[in-house]
Write a protein that binds this ligand. Structure first.
Ligand SMILES: Cc1ncc(COP(=O)(O)O)c(C=O)c1O
Length: 402
């Protein structure tokens, strides 16, 4: 079956956060966050949404619901858990027990519930920075403290700095969040790297949250290994968060799962889910994600080469367009990560060129914490012709520097 990722879909005025909030920027309380391009022809390359239609099974399943016209409370998540188990087994060779799973309204809320279940206000949560900004947001919103452990770069590749983690952990450190694969920067962690983090957590009595939301968006040559498989030694302190909402462009569905094999941990998380009144979930999100998990393999298999071609096109051309810029070699995710430190430009200057002259909405690197300075994240999960337009605008916006 053919899928048309080049189809033009006008997403303006559709409650698309990516398209309709572009002028306001990302609002994550960092420099330039309220400073998106305010132009009718602006191109959004910021928040991690794709511009593509979901697999056909999703609108088909939703249409069946709509036609019935009755939208009562949704009973039991069993078939959803079955579908998730099947998906994880087919795609990653991991078959978690269905009794370990709890559905949550997305991953960020799931992580918040886990922090509430397992830690106290004031406890520290380790993130390997630069790290997905909502980790910081949900940690701080729960009155816990972010402990950034900046990564090292080895031949342009992100590496977890285990020594720095060991040297800086305080007695308040209770949890490590491993973003696997990593956002931003697109690393797919090798088994040895995952094991090193897991061993450290086991040794120091820390919980490990492995956020694997990007695990399906991995390019040929890299293999995502779930932490549960890579490091079984941490099973009783491991909480894995998974969702197919990035995979299938269903972020608005707001459905994810928290998976914990340790029954005590699972009980504590479920108690927080109950206490927050989240035992029952939205019907449409469950139906959309279940349809995708059951029938979306072919679509995803077609998407990956399309994204891989965008990745290569973006990385090749962005470094030619912007003298001195370096693009991370992404092993996963559709979030290009560009280092401006070699351009000799100040952030004010390159942001002005990108947002005002090129009229492109991006995610400024500082919002991802230490290590994100002088970086910009560009979402290239857009149709090829629009990507070419964005690259042409960047070439023009930096043309005086060549
Ligand atoms: C690493 C990571 N975790 C979680 C999310 C968001 O998850 P949700 O929308 O399910 O809260 C994102 C979105 O970009 C992400 O990059």
């Amino acid at each position: 079956m053919q899928f048309d990722f080049d189809r033009v879909i006008d997403l303006r005025n559709t409650h698309s956060a990516k398209w309709d909030r572009i002028a306001a920027g990302t609002k994550w309380r960092g420099p330039h966050d309220d400073d998106g391009p305010d132009a009718a022809d602006a191109i959004p390359m910021w928040v991690a949404d794709m511009d593509f239609e979901a697999p056909p099974a999703v609108p088909e399943a939703l249409r069946r619901e709509i036609e019935r016209g009755v939208f009562g409370y949704y009973d039991t998540h069993d078939s959803w858990y079955e579908a998730l188990g099947g998906w994880l087994e087919r795609r990653h060779g991991w078959r978690p027990d269905l009794a370990w799973m709890s559905v949550t309204p997305g991953i960020v809320s799931g992580i918040g519930l886990v922090l509430q279940a397992l830690t106290e206000p004031g406890d520290e949560v380790v993130v390997f920075s630069p790290a997905y900004h909502a980790f910081r947001y949900i940690i701080e919103a729960n009155d816990r403290v972010v402990h950034n452990v900046p990564m090292k770069l080895e031949q342009g590749r992100q590496r977890i700095d285990m020594q720095r983690l060991a040297d800086t952990l305080t007695p308040r450190g209770k949890v490590v969040i491993l973003c696997s694969p990593h956002n931003p920067g697109g690393r797919v962690w090798e088994v040895e790297e995952i094991r090193a983090v897991a061993d450290f957590c086991a040794e120091r009595g820390l919980y490990l949250i492995s956020d694997e939301i990007h695990g399906d968006l991995v390019y040929p040559g890299a293999v995502h290994v779930p932490t549960a498989l890579a490091a079984p030694q941490i099973a009783d302190r491991l909480i894995t968060t998974v969702a197919v909402t990035k995979t299938f462009n269903l972020a608005g569905a707001h459905v994810g799962a928290v998976i914990a094999a340790n029954p005590d941990i699972k009980k504590k998380i479920d108690a927080r889910i109950s206490a927050s009144g989240l035992v029952s979930q939205g019907r449409f999100g469950l139906i959309a994600t279940e349809a995708a998990m059951r029938e979306g393999d072919g679509w995803l298999d077609a998407l990956i080469p399309y994204l891989a071609a965008n990745r290569d096109r973006f990385a090749d051309r962005v470094v030619r367009a912007i003298p001195g810029a370096r693009a991370a070699r992404l092993e996963a995710t559709y979030l290009g990560w560009v280092d401006f430190s070699g351009t000799g430009l100040e952030m004010e200057d390159y942001m002005e060129r990108i947002t005002r002259r090129a009229r492109i909405g991006v995610s400024p690197g500082p919002q991802f914490g230490p290590g994100g300075e002088k970086h910009i994240r560009f979402n290239f999960a857009i149709r090829r012709a629009l990507l070419d337009e964005a690259l042409a605008r960047l070439e023009e916006a930096f043309s005086d520097l060549g």
